[in-house]
Design a binder for this molecule. Structure first.
Ligand SMILES: [Zn+2]
Ligand SMILES: [Zn+2]
Ligand SMILES: [Zn+2]
Ligand SMILES: [Zn+2]
Ligand SMILES: [Zn+2]
Length: 225
């Protein structure tokens, strides 16, 4: 079953988003519970350029160069992208879905995925002393909660299943992993090298994770039931 946001208002702007003519249904996976979530999106938000998450955005967020993207199964999948005979410039413009947002831990506002948490802080509440956590969550908190936050923040290692703060070096030296760079997300993927020194599927899982948990897929009305 789906955990649902109110399906009558737009998840992004709060305006009514009812039915086929005024709204769309979007769906993504909740990274913490691995269950699907649905929300409504109004037509005007669905058309906003800044909400659209493209192939070029995927390269930027994941730090995987565009030339390498098509080597990964989740991208080479014919349903996803890279139709033949289309120039790279057009492939970069392919819209994967609607960009997710993350929550500021100081004012609880939602911040657009590509916006840096520090920039939001400078614009919205520069007077509050804050720190940016480098243990794994990548979020900003009030300076006064530094100790209590750092005591429990970390990422569960996909290899040994124990929790480590990123700044301990565990994911570099002990069990090599790539950490999801999205603020608020504490997911990591194991980098498994084959005999040629190439990563076998950690990056593929990582790209798939970004596309399914940080990007809302716009459903066709027939699929929404
Ligand atoms: Zn809207
Ligand atoms: Zn804030
Ligand atoms: Zn943290
Ligand atoms: Zn480990
Ligand atoms: Zn993530």
């Amino acid at each position: 079953m789906f955990h649902q946001y109110p399906i009558t208002e737009c998840f992004f702007c709060g305006k009514p988003a009812l039915g086929k003519e005024y709204g769309k249904i979007v769906e993504k996976i909740n990274a913490e519970t691995s269950t699907k979530i649905r929300a409504a999106l109004c037509i005007s938000c669905s058309q906003k350029k800044e909400f659209k998450f493209t192939m070029a955005d995927l390269c930027e967020v994941s730090d995987v160069p565009f030339e390498e993207l098509k080597n990964y199964a989740c991208i080479a999948n014919p349903l996803r992208a890279f139709p033949e005979n289309i120039p790279d410039s057009q492939i970069k413009e392919i819209v994967i879905g609607i960009s997710d947002r993350y929550q500021c831990q100081i004012c609880l506002d939602f911040i657009e995925l590509r916006k840096r948490v520090e920039d939001h802080h400078t614009e919205s509440h520069p007077e509050i002393p804050m720190f940016r956590c480098n243990s794994g969550c990548n979020l900003c908190y009030c300076l006064s909660s530094r100790k209590s936050h750092k005591a429990h923040c970390g990422i569960v290692c996909p290899v040994c299943k124990q929790k480590f703060a990123v700044d301990t070096g565990h994911f570099l030296r002990v069990d090599p992993c790539v950490k999801c760079p999205v603020s608020g997300c504490t997911t990591a993927f194991q980098i498994k090298k084959n005999e040629l020194g190439e990563d076998e599927n950690g990056i593929n899982e990582f790209l798939m994770h970004i596309m399914t948990t940080h990007v809302w897929e716009i459903l066709k009305f027939a699929e929404t039931g």
